[in-house]
Write a protein that binds this ligand. Structure first.
Ligand code: NAP
Length: 316
């Protein structure tokens, strides 16, 4: 089995990286094996990955040398940053730079960089429809990733830039699921008007990444965007109503109201939804559901995902 190609996966105990590790482990006869990267090889999640058959190694995205070591001898590297751990666009860029440099120094043959658009291409800082955040960003967790693309391309790495989409799992882990309003009705709340939100199950992100690695050089040097469905708030509420067996309504709020909700990162999320609303056509044009399905034939739409996961969504 030693002739299998190693894919080194950053964020392996998390959502995106974890889904890629599972996709590799689920295909035991395939040409790849998974090297799971974690800061703590003794954590419960890391031990579970080792028990499932992954090689588990330690590295920290703050520490270039630890990444070089973790990538060494690997064929591929999956790189992702963790904005919601620190809320800092500058840190996110530093971490992306470290991963790009580690990929260069270790000579991996294929890098997937999990990215998002730099929204300033559409909304320059001078556009005051939304506030500028962290001094030089409109949507910090998008803009930093988009800006960081250059760390990979300037080093002439064999990279596929993978633009992901909003996870449906946010309804389970990130508080975006239905909540009871003052009228006692369950509602999902976000400022998208009647526009469609490109979204996906994060399990499918890993499976699509696996599909990219499996296709060898086909997607090297390319930027691709994936989603499971383009779905409006009203359509999401209707699907939730059907799956949960109780009425869920869509509560469209103005972006400035969403930005004022007060949870950490509400301003960034408010700007993000506003960008997706105001540039629906352009944002959707950057994502291709049929390509995602080609890479991952198991790709789910929201209804399919809900049928499997509705009981995991916490309801008050
Ligand atoms: N939520 C969404 O809808 C969505 C959609 C598109 C893109 N994104 C982006 O996805 C990214 C997060 O990915 P995710 O959801 O897969 O994250 P996640 O589930 O929160 O995973 C985080 C994992 O990263 C590891 N980690 C954290 N800090 C680290 C460090 N300093 N060095 C090495 N590893 C570290 C942790 O592993 P250990 O504790 O084992 O070290 C943890 O398990 C964010 O940048 C976000 O903007 C999110």
């Amino acid at each position: 089995m030693s002739d299998k190609k190693v894919i080194a996966v950053v964020g392996a105990t998390g959502a995106q990286g974890g889904s890629l590790v599972r996709a590799i482990l689920d295909n035991k006869n395939a040409e790849f094996k998974a090297r799971a990267i974690t800061r703590d090889v003794n954590s419960e999640k890391a031990r579970a990955l080792a028990n499932a058959g992954a090689e588990v190694v330690e590295a920290d995205v703050n520490d270039l040398q630890s990444l070089v070591k973790a990538f060494e001898g690997a064929y591929g590297a999956f790189c992702v940053t963790f904005f919601w751990e620190h809320f800092s666009a500058e840190k996110e860029k530093l971490h992306a730079k470290n991963m790009a440099e580690a990929a260069k120094q270790s000579g991996v043959q294929h890098v997937i960089w999990s990215s998002l658009e730099d929204t300033r291409r559409w909304i320059p800082l001078s556009d005051d429809r939304m506030p500028t955040l962290q001094d030089k960003y409109k949507v910090p967790h998008f803009d930093a990733k988009g800006e960081a693309n250059a760390f990979f391309t300037d080093r002439h790495l064999p990279v596929t830039i993978l633009n992901t989409s909003f996870y449906w799992e946010n309804m389970i882990y990130f508080g975006t699921g239905p909540k009871k309003g003052e009228n006692g009705k369950l509602a999902i709340t976000f400022p998208m008007g009647d526009k469609r939100l490109p979204s996906i199950s994060c399990e499918d992100i890993g499976k699509c990444a696996y599909g990219i690695f499996k296709r060898g050089s086909e997607y090297i040097g390319k930027t691709i965007g994936i989603a499971g469905e383009f779905i409006s708030g009203a359509q999401m509420a209707a699907a939730l109503t059907k799956a949960l067996g109780q009425e869920v309504v869509y509560n469209d709020v103005p972006p400035e109201v969403y930005r004022s909700f007060g949870f950490p990162g509400a301003d960034d999320m408010g700007n993000m939804f506003q960008f997706k609303r105001d540039f629906e056509k352009e944002y959707i044009a950057g994502r291709d559901i049929s390509l995602a399905r080609k890479l991952n034939p198991d790709l789910q739409d929201f209804g399919t995902w809900l049928a499997k996961n509705k009981d995991r969504i916490p309801l008050e």
